[in-house]
Ligand binder design. Structure first.
Ligand code: ATP
Ligand code: MG
Length: 267
């Protein structure tokens, strides 16, 4: 396996580092082949968003933190890409929100489940649900292996955080009456459209912000309820799409790449 040395001054150094991390974890058996393709799809949208956490993303992060903190049985669903990119932040979020962590893969294999569990435990997780025989319950309507969930976790959860989830499963979880919080760079994906709260941001930026926000809000449940009363996911998601549209229009008009300095005024 060759790991490319990324010069720190490279204009796309951060994006290249994320890619390398995924390739490394692909070779370790944590990330699935399709996970690499999914990342490329996400990157394309991140480019259009300007590779930063936007205002609608911040609003959704606040609503997500408030939902997790006021939940009875919150669960964080983790796949290969999420484990490779933000294992430590997931553990911190689980601690602050008193949430369970469950491995939930589109392409299940015991080997990969165990590798993800190990990675999460190394990052400090005490308990990781959904591995092997533990995923003995089924989500109705879904086909075969994609249906399997842990009866102590996602099956009985009232709130499920699904970074980088598939549309079918998001829809099925919502139909089961769960509140689904999605982190997805593509505001047009079925996941983004069907989730209860949609954070249109890179999981690498959104997860640490979610931890920070939850830590700030955890003593103030009144504020959590206030945030949720004022949050409208459809409207917020529409703002993300408008933001892309307006940014692309400005880029086309200027005929040059906007610098971050130019864009400060946008937020
Ligand atoms: P859907 O099934 O929701 O219609 P899809 O089939 O295009 O979408 P999936 O492979 O099922 O996509 O889910 C992966 C999603 O994760 C994609 O929408 C992609 O944009 C998003 N994604 C990939 N990498 C990241 C990342 N680092 N941060 C946030 N989102 C990401
Ligand atoms: Mg899909």
């Amino acid at each position: 396996m060759t790991i490319i040395k990324i010069p720190p001054e490279h204009p796309r150094a951060e994006s290249l580092r994320i890619r390398e991390k995924l390739v490394e974890h692909y070779h370790k058996g944590v990330v699935a082949t399709a996970g690499l393709i999914a990342h490329g799809r996400g990157e394309a949208f991140d480019y259009m968003l300007g590779e930063k956490t936007t205002k609608p993303a911040l609003n959704a992060i606040k609503a997500a933190a408030a939902t997790l903190l006021t939940a009875e049985k919150p669960v964080i669903s983790v796949n290969g890409n999420t484990a490779a990119l933000v294992a430590e932040e997931i553990v911190r979020l689980a601690n602050v929100a008193k949430a369970k962590i469950e491995v939930n893969l589109f392409y299940r294999s015991l080997e990969r489940e165990l590798k993800i569990k190990e990675l999460l435990e190394k990052a400090g997780a005490d308990e990781v649900l959904g591995v092997g025989e533990d995923a003995s319950a089924k989500i109705p309507e879904l086909q075969s292996e994609r249906r399997r969930v842990d009866p102590r976790g996602i099956l009985v959860a009232d709130v499920v955080l699904v970074p980088l989830e598939d549309g079918d499963r998001t829809e099925a979880l919502v139909r089961m009456g769960k509140k689904v919080i999605a982190i997805d760079l593509n505001p047009l994906s079925r996941t983004a459209q069907k989730a209860t709260i949609t954070i249109v941001d890179n999981v690498v930026r959104a997860t640490p912000k979610l931890v920070e926000t939850a830590e700030k809000l955890k003593q103030d449940l009144k504020k959590c309820h206030e945030i949720l009363l004022n949050f409208d996911n459809k409207k917020n998601l529409a703002e993300s799409i408008t933001l892309i549209k307006e940014r692309l229009s400005r880029l086309a008009e200027k005929g040059e790449y906007l610098t971050l300095e130019d864009e400060k005024h946008e937020l």
